[in-house]
Design a protein around this ligand. Structure first.
Ligand SMILES: CC(C)(COP(=O)(O)OP(=O)(O)OC[C@H]1O[C@@H](n2cnc3c(N)ncnc32)[C@H](O)[C@@H]1OP(=O)(O)O)[C@@H](O)C(=O)NCCC(=O)NCCS
Length: 166
């Protein structure tokens, strides 16, 4: 397995198609992720080209099996919130095999090599114990909690923020 920061400009049409397959299939009903936002190549291309987003992809041979999306406003001059891990997902058939851990480790290494990024943070559903265990394993510490912020299946859920300071 190898992990790459995505360079949109070098992606061929067939690579975009295989990324789309991965994005569409990396959600399951039980997941705490927004789904059905990336439904076609047009929607995918828009997200992949967004100025404030960085995408890391885990590949098995040439097949994308997991992704991590970062929000980082590199152009922001005087007030910068750091880099936010906005999404991470592994194809359901590839979970529990160390892919998420390796992907996030590489993402953190890449972000930490940028001296302007002083903080890496993320929001996670309080009940997403799998993800929280992974974040804690990598040194993230709980920075706060908001009650009843989002809904999942129409039920309000609590959100925790985790932060990794340099
Ligand atoms: C969270 C997620 C990215 C983890 O990826 P993964 O490849 O399955 O995780 P790994 O195999 O690398 O495991 C890394 C660590 O995560 C935790 N973990 C993984 N699967 C777990 C499970 N089923 N139960 C509890 N902890 C688990 C453990 O701490 C594990 O370390 P360990 O093996 O030393 O115990 C993956 O489960 C996923 O895509 N979930 C759905 C999307 C999601 O919830 N994303 C997070 C949104 S904030």
């Amino acid at each position: 397995m190898h992990i790459l920061e995505l360079n949109y400009k070098t992606q061929s049409d067939s690579e975009i198609e295989s990324l789309l397959y991965m994005f569409i299939n990396s959600y399951s009903e039980e997941d705490f992720m927004a789904s059905q936002e990336i439904i076609d190549t047009e929607a995918l291309r828009k997200i992949l080209q967004h100025n404030d987003l960085i995408h890391f992809i885990a590949y098995e041979d040439k097949t994308p099996i997991a992704y991590c999306q970062i929000i980082y406003k590199a152009q922001s001059a005087n007030f910068n919130s750091g880099a936010k891990i906005n999404a991470i997902s592994v194809l359901p058939s590839k979970r529990g095999q160390g892919v998420g851990l390796l992907l996030l480790t590489e993402v953190i290494n890449a972000l930490e090599s940028n001296p302007k990024i002083k903080n890496i943070y993320l929001d996670v559903a309080k009940s997403n114990e799998t993800a929280i265990k992974l974040y804690k394993q990598l040194g993230f510490q709980k920075a706060g909690e908001l009650k009843n912020l989002f809904t999942k299946n129409d039920v309000l859920i609590d959100i925790e923020t985790y932060s990794l300071n340099k």
